[in-house]
Design a protein around this ligand. Structure first.
Ligand SMILES: Cc1cc2nc3c(=O)[nH]c(=O)nc-3n(C[C@H](O)[C@H](O)[C@H](O)COP(=O)(O)O)c2cc1C
Length: 177
């Protein structure tokens, strides 16, 4: 798929996946390698990845999070951050994990999958802690996002983006608000 087509095709699949259709190990590795190719502050590469295709683990993640994509996806990738990366008082882990995650969303789309960015549920320690424990995430790492990947179990809506002039302008700020 051509790059700009991939960018336009990517969308967040927030409804059910087809859990009966697996994602190959080869594809999961390719997606994660694309995440690893993302830029990171001072090349710190603070984002780390857990490739998840074990049905029992997926079932538990789905139960703990009660999130439909995470309950139904045949595979998922957890992104874990090294909170200390970047030096004392400085952390670019948010930027690093976001760049890596976007790269992976595009890679999954290019391979013909739907995918999503499930993040908000992990802001709540009551959800993040048991999932982190299940995935063996060490204390000096933080679970940031889990990205479900697979074929859609039902069609997911595409979201409209604002027109160009409402988000961009030439030379000086003149965005139409
Ligand atoms: C930082 C960040 C956090 C997000 N967290 C969630 C989330 O927890 N659950 C979810 O369904 N989508 C999440 N999303 C996806 C957005 O809801 C989605 O990108 C937005 O609605 C635009 O839709 P699109 O991705 O289909 O273009 C997140 C996206 C970003 C960038």
């Amino acid at each position: 798929m051509e790059f700009f087509e991939v960018v336009q095709k990517r969308y967040s699949h927030k409804v059910a996946f087809d859990s009966s259709h697996p994602v190959s190990d080869e594809h999961l590795v390719k997606i994660v390698e694309t995440g690893m190719a993302a830029p990171s502050a001072a090349n710190g590469q603070s984002a780390e990845f857990i490739l998840i295709n074990d049905k029992a683990i997926i079932e538990q993640i789905g139960r703990i999070t009660n999130n439909v994509p995470l309950k139904t996806a045949p595979a998922m990738i957890a992104v874990v951050s090294d909170l200390g990366e970047g030096g004392p008082g400085v952390s670019y882990c948010l930027e690093d994990y976001a760049a890596a995650t976007e790269n992976m969303l595009l890679a999954a789309t290019a391979l013909g999958y739907s995918c999503g960015w499930v993040d908000w549920v992990f802001k709540d320690p009551a959800v993040r802690d048991p999932v982190s424990e299940l995935l063996n995430v060490p204390d000096d790492r933080r679970l940031m996002v889990i990205m479900p990947v697979g074929l859609p179990g039902e069609p997911g809506p595409r979201r409209a983006k604002k027109p160009f002039e409402r988000r961009a302008s030439w030379n000086r700020y003149a965005v139409i608000r």
